[in-house]
Design a protein around this ligand. Sequence first.
Ligand SMILES: [Zn+2]
Length: 115
Amino acid sequence: MRKIRKGDTVQVITGEDKGIRGTVQRVIIGRRRDGTRDPNDVRVVVSGVNLVKKHQRRTPDVRTQYGIIEMEAPIHISNVALVCPKCDKPTRVGFRVFEDGTKARYCKRCGELID
Ligand SMILES: [Zn+2]
């Protein structure tokens, strides 16, 4: 079970965008050369964070934006912290295991379950 998931609100804790909050749009799990998942290479795309300018050619599809467009580039998951929906602060995440075997995340700051 991952600490940060799509749809979570996170805050950037290091780098140029430090302090910015956004929503996780995508979680990208890196792959090793043999195709297996690399748990140390997990990156996230966060709305409004790590914006890069991209030159997009005009395409036959009129729905595609063209010219210089800004888009979010992925950042490493270790550069963001989950924002607790209860105490509204960036926090570390712990896991609780219940008697029926299900797991849930909780905020290590205020102790509230996150989901
Ligand atoms: Zn909290």
